[in-house]
Design a protein around this ligand. Structure first.
Ligand code: COI
Length: 355
């Protein structure tokens, strides 16, 4: 895939850069932003000319639908720099496609490809010094759209704002990740918005996750809303379970996000001749496997989290520690995936796209 730079755009550059004030070795995920952002407004059925301008707060009417009805969607992507100083994206077509699927589900207008992709390319060309070299360094890209239209009538807005902001990143989680398996709360239901990257899907998890954090768990693995017997996804990532030498993960559905890291891992694992079984995974079989020693690994997969091993899980009153494993699928697949992303290994899949 070749991304065409957007020409029809206004560019207003910052007079000074903040880059020298940033400690790139000690970044907290999602707290530092680059010098510029992209804005494109949608007014009465028409996308306006996009603008790249200095990163700064802006005003919105207090009655805007985003505040009252949470009409908001986002994506998570990353840019990587190789040893030759070239900047690369990983499967950006998938983010673009998913963004517009989310938009449709939330009754928002689709964003044109030249604005999303061409605008992102233009922004990354300006901010390329913020993409640092070396495995583990990346520039996290957050495209999002909010309903800026006024009025508290509970109906879709007429005005929207699409934006892209960029944040230099290292890892998402700083320590070991232990998870709690949900018994009561749900992330999504059939017919709902679970498959969309809608803001409300994430804020709805904050309260149960806060309760889990208080008990010492960083994340929840959600179970299906109807029976709470099937393992679905975690708050910031899809999940994989290794039982013996087979990797299991739940199929995507109306409740489960079609994760780009998830689908890449499935393809990578198959190429490595790892047996992958995409099917509903039951809480009971996980507990049985943990008890009889066949559960070898659990790991999360997402753009921000990359591949994150889970060291243990709790269900009801019991806690199960995962065994220390010599040949970890999680670490091996992470190395293979990041080698493709950082252009250290050949990208035989054609996933990487140069800026
Ligand atoms: C991502 O992995 O990019 C996500 O969007 C998850 C987010 C909660 C950080």
């Amino acid at each position: 895939m070749d991304i065409k730079t957007l020409e029809n755009i206004d560019i207003n550059l910052a007079s000074i850069s903040k880059i020298n004030e940033v400690d790139f070795e000690n970044l907290t995920f999602g707290n530092t932003f680059t010098d510029h952002m992209l804005i494109c407004d949608y007014e009465n059925g028409v996308w306006q000319k996009p603008v790249i301008q200095p990163y700064a707060p802006f005003t919105i009417d207090p009655s805007a639908k985003v505040f009252h009805y949470g009409q908001a969607i986002f994506e998570g992507m990353k840019a990587y720099k190789d040893e030759r100083d070239d900047v690369w994206l990983f499967r950006p077509d998938q983010n673009f496609e998913r963004f517009n699927k989310s938009a449709t589900r939330m009754a928002m207008p689709e964003v044109p490809e030249d604005v999303f992709m061409g605008g992102l390319k233009r922004l990354l060309e300006i901010e390329k010094n913020w993409v640092k070299k070396g495995n583990g360094n990346s520039l996290y890209i957050r495209p999002f759209m909010i309903a800026t239209g006024k009025g508290v009538v509970a109906a879709p807005a007429v005005f929207y704002r699409f934006m892209i902001i960029l944040s230099p990143a290292k890892s998402y989680y700083s320590g070991e990740v232990k998870v709690l398996i949900a018994e009561h709360f749900s992330r999504a239901a059939n017919g709902g918005i679970g498959a969309a990257k809608a803001a409300g899907n994430y804020s709805a998890q904050f309260y149960p996750t806060k309760l889990a954090n208080e008990k010492g768990y960083q994340q929840i693995i959600w179970t299906d809303d109807a029976t709470h017997t099937k393992l679905e996804e975690a708050g910031t990532m899809n999940v994989f379970f290794r039982i013996n030498d087979t990797l299991y993960t739940a199929p995507t559905s109306e409740r489960i996000l079609d994760g780009i890291t998830r689908k890449s891992i499935i393809e990578l694992a198959k190429r490595e001749n790892i047996n992958v079984d995409v099917r509903p995974v039951l809480v009971d079989e996980l507990i049985d496997a943990a008890k009889n020693g066949t559960l070898k690994e659990i790991f999360g997969a997402g753009t921000a989290a990359v591949i994150n091993p889970i060291v243990g899980f709790s269900y009801k009153e019991d806690y199960f520690e995962l065994p220390k494993i010599e040949k970890s699928f999680a670490l091996d697949l992470k190395e293979k995936l990041t080698n493709i992303q950082y252009k250290v290994a050949e990208d035989t899949f054609g996933w990487t796209v140069k800026i």
